[in-house]
Design a protein. Structure first.
Lengths: 263, 281
């Protein structure tokens, strides 16, 4: 077979896969500026009324505030836990270490709806349901493994003798952590903060079950789409897309550009 | 091994405490809850088989069960096959730079609001949506895509395709190129090289990708609800209905435990297959 022909076919195929993956994002953004109530082609006229509608809705502002608190706190907690765990895995060997790692890394493999039900039941039991911080606790469980993975990969690149050198020069373990290891991991820490914030910002199943009246933005979207076609969803969705895409892009770029730098 | 000091424990212990309190605790409590009773809309802690007997005795539960299993299997097969040519091209037929960029771009949607993307598909696939409007201009009658298995699979793929392509690409890019070259030099035609050399070499990664696809599809409620029409509901939708409207948390817990057992069985089987060495090479 003609190899060049095949190569072009494969390239076209990759392009199709990307169209499939990005089409919903692009269409949602386009339709957020479309005047017709039902989003289809041909497009109606250009409008910003759906943005005006969400801008003037106090419930949206409340949801945005809740979402920011949740994803901000989740990111900080998950990154701290992820860092501690990554460092433990990097530096120490101990009995039951594989059980330890399984305990940390398993949450993302469990369907969110199951976690949602389990969290709802557990938080009701311990009297913590319907609070903003109950979403934060649950999201931290879910996102800490991502932080752990990113920071662990960075520690992999670190020369093990750097830590020992600092000790030999008289620095305590704590001081070495503060002045050598944390600075070395800084890009990974920033990346982990962004990625965990993005995952938390987008998560809707657990948030829906445990949030009570403190709706986050995705929970609000979920409730709007249960009703009917509402173009406000596209405006709100575009805001969500831009926020999480920015976070995920920053998370990736920070790691790429600093890859070669030795701490 | 030396006894861990304060420094070591400071880094080791927090996650153990956290996961026991907010991960293992909830899961164990949910399993216990499946044996509780509900009286006058209040949950009573008990140890009865009632919920299990009730759910297992209902036809709708089994309808949902087999449907969910079938849809997740279908999604895994379709996604694996759709992803493979793209992953193959990215691993073998493009430059290192292109591959990096592609993976960079694929990671973005994986972490970007799946809910809004699915809703967007709803409007694209609708009776008067973008696709049918385009077909209309060339004189083709509208095709029903919503509330079908096709719709559900499109939704599942929205969630799984980026991840599967990334995992497959890693699996394929890491195999020993010399073996592929050797097969070609010995006159093995391209198709046979793919099937008898490349796929077996990348087996572990390909199976892990498929497993993730299965887990994500099996547990998702958005695609079967909004794009599939939810008739009959899948297990995740059953959990939501039972919890939200029925206040029957213990019965929802039964469904959740059944899902967990199913997933653990499938994951165990898949991982055994993935790491099994072939008897003779």
């Amino acid at each position: 077979m003609n190899a060049r022909f095949l190569d072009w076919g494969l390239r076209g195929y990759i392009a199709l896969v990307f169209v499939f993956i990005f089409a919903p994002i692009v269409f949602s953004m386009i339709f957020s500026f479309n005047s017709d109530r039902f989003p289809t082609i041909p497009l109606g006229s250009f409008t910003t009324k759906w943005y005006a509608a969400i801008w003037n809705d106090p419930d949206v502002w409340k949801a945005v505030r809740t979402s920011m608190i949740v994803s901000g706190c989740t990111a900080i907690l998950a990154t701290m836990l992820g860092f501690a765990t990554a460092y433990t895995d990097y530096r120490y060997n101990f009995r039951f270490k594989s059980a330890y790692l399984a305990l940390v890394l398993l949450p993302p493999t469990i369907p969110l709806i199951i976690m949602a039900l389990a969290m709802l039941a557990w938080f009701s039991k311990i009297g913590a349901s319907g609070e903003v911080w109950s979403i934060i606790l649950a999201h931290t469980v879910l996102t800490a493994p991502f932080a752990m993975a990113i920071i662990r990969l960075r520690l992999n690149q670190m020369d093990a003798s750097i830590e020992a050198a600092a000790w030999n020069l008289g620095a305590s373990e704590w001081r070495t952590m503060r002045e050598v290891i944390v600075p070395y991991c800084k890009p990974a820490i920033i990346s982990a903060l962004c990625l965990t914030a993005a995952v938390s910002f987008d998560e809707f199943a657990i948030a829906w079950f445990v949030s009570g009246l403190n709706k986050t933005v995705p929970v609000m979207i979920l409730e709007i789409v249960q009703g009917n076609i509402d173009p406000r969803v596209n405006a709100l969705g575009t805001f969500v897309f831009l926020t999480s895409m920015t976070l995920v892009i920053v998370a990736q770029v920070v790691l790429m550009t600093r890859k070669g730098v030795k701490g | 091994m030396p006894r861990p000091n304060t420094y070591a424990l400071t880094w080791r212990l927090p996650i153990i405490v956290w996961q026991l309190l907010f991960f293992i605790g909830p899961l164990l409590f949910m399993i216990a809850m499946s044996f509780f009773l509900v009286k006058n809309y209040r949950m009573i802690e008990a140890f009865e088989m009632k919920n299990w007997v009730k759910m297992f005795g209902r036809n709708y539960f089994w309808d949902s069960y087999w449907l969910t299993l079938w849809l997740a299997t279908l999604s895994t097969i379709v996604t694996t096959l759709v992803a493979f040519p793209a992953s193959f091209a990215l691993a073998f037929r493009t430059s290192e730079t292109t591959r990096r960029w592609a993976i960079f771009l694929l990671i973005i949607p994986f972490f970007t609001s799946y809910l809004v993307r699915t809703f967007s598909w709803y409007t694209i696939l609708a009776e008067s949506g973008v696709i049918n409007a385009m077909l209309g201009t060339i004189g083709i009658d509208p095709i029903t895509m919503l509330n079908t298995k096709f719709g559900t699979i499109v939704g599942y793929m929205t969630l799984t395709l980026p991840l599967v392509v990334v995992l497959q690409t890693f699996a394929l890019a890491n195999i020993d190129r010399n073996l592929v070259q050797a097969a070609r030099n010995l006159g093995c035609p391209p198709w046979r090289t793919i099937l008898t050399v490349i796929v077996p070499l990348a087996k572990t990664g390909l199976i892990v990708a498929a497993l993730f696809c299965f887990i994500l599809s099996f547990g998702d409620f958005v695609a079967p609800y909004y794009l599939g029409g939810s008739k009959p509901p899948t297990l995740p939708i059953l959990i939501i209905d039972t919890t939200k409207s029925g206040q029957q948390w213990p019965r929802a817990a039964v469904v959740a435990v059944v899902m967990m057992v199913t997933l653990i069985t499938i994951a165990f089987t898949a991982i055994t297959l993935a790491y099994r060495k072939r008897a003779s090479a």
